[in-house]
Design a protein around this ligand. Structure first.
Ligand code: TXA
Ligand code: MG
Length: 318
């Protein structure tokens, strides 16, 4: 079973020796390996049981590092990088040969991100290679937002879990690229569309690209608990499950008394950031509880509500 600890030097030693280390970021915990070493990267796919057609994000600590692994950066993407890095933003950029094909699943662009977490930045700046890191969960399951989440599911398969506390954002990064001078969002995430558009103007949103080789990781079913998850209004769906134990995820105060339901309120004051932080933990808690079915109400489609709804819909899709 992997040790959970706070030692950056231990994490560093394992990574230098091509082992896997779980690292905290502000979005979710990542399962990290030396991005420049194909054998180390292969261990990530193995541990997560992830198909190799699903490319990995490369993490670094400074924009100055980009020229080592990308050949150019579109001016609008550079603006986004300057405004939002370190932060929950991944940019798809034309890759140089230094990035092995296994990282990008053979695609010509590599996803790059500078995470906004002091522990991750400290670790990355002490290494002379970037870190490839997907979310540290078994493929298709809910992403981890604490070190304990990682240990429970992947603890037997990785060398070390670097503990950086609970993730502050709680949703994966927003993935952005450029096609023919249009800025394209491929995955909704912790950086809102409004924030992106405030810097580069109107963007094109292209989600659910599972059949499109540009973003093979955008699978329709993802982030899924083991228990059935239904999307809809609790007061309506509840009756259909009379006799079953129900767990529910709602945004603010529930409409009625629901003492017969295991309630999880994402944010009593309807704060979207707080809701994002709680989302994956609550899904896990309900999945691990004795409820038979989970009902989730969608949030208003604004700000981070868009990304939270995206996760809920994928989690509900089996
Ligand atoms: O916040 C995050 O992004 C977290 C933390 C650990 O950084 N990472 C994360 O990685 O969510 P992962 O592997 O769970 O999701 C990465 C997704 C892939 O499934 C794929 O959709 C997209 O990023 N992606 C990565 N590289 C890509 C590429 N070269 N072209 C198209 N899509 C890419
Ligand atoms: Mg993931």
């Amino acid at each position: 079973m992997a040790e959970i600890g706070k030692s950056i030097s231990k994490a560093k030693d394992f990574l230098i020796n091509n082992h896997l280390v779980a690292m905290p970021t502000e979005t979710v915990y990542g399962l990290a390996a030396n991005a420049l070493n194909p054998d180390a990267v292969a261990k990530i796919f193995e541990a997560k049981e992830r198909p190799t057609f699903d490319p990995l994000i490369v993490h670094t600590f400074s924009i100055n590092q980009l020229p080592h692994f990308v050949s150019e950066i579109h001016p609008s993407l550079l603006k986004l990088a300057e405004n939002f890095w370190p932060g929950p933003l991944t940019l798809l950029l034309p890759k140089k040969q230094t990035i092995p094909d296994i990282v990008t699943s053979g695609l010509s662009r590599v996803g790059v991100r500078i995470p906004n977490h002091p522990v991750a930045l400290d670790l990355l700046s002490q290494l002379d290679f970037p870190l490839a890191a997907p979310s540290a969960n078994p493929f298709g399951y809910i992403s981890p937002t604490t070190a304990e989440h990682v240990r429970k599911q992947l603890g037997g398969r990785i060398a070390y879990i670097l503990d950086g506390g609970h993730c502050d954002v709680g949703l994966e990064s927003t993935i952005v690229g450029e096609e023919n001078d249009t800025i394209v969002v491929y995955r909704l995430g912790g950086l809102s569309i409004d924030d992106i558009e405030s810097v580069v103007g109107k963007v094109s949103i292209q989600l659910n690209q599972s059949s499109n080789p540009l973003a093979p990781g955008q699978l329709k079913s993802h982030y899924a608990p083991k228990k059935p998850l239904l999307i809809g209004q609790l007061s309506l769906l509840k009756d259909a499950y009379a006799g079953k134990k129900i767990g529910a995820i709602v945004f603010g105060y529930p409409e009625k008394d629901n003492s017969d339901v295991l309630m999880k309120e994402l944010s009593l004051l309807k704060n979207y950031s707080e809701a994002a932080v709680n989302l994956f933990s609550f899904l896990r808690e309900l999945d691990e509880s004795d409820v038979d079915v989970i009902i989730a109400e969608l949030l208003p489609e604004q700000g981070l509500g868009l990304a939270i709804n995206d996760r809920l819909k994928r989690a509900a899709c089996k």
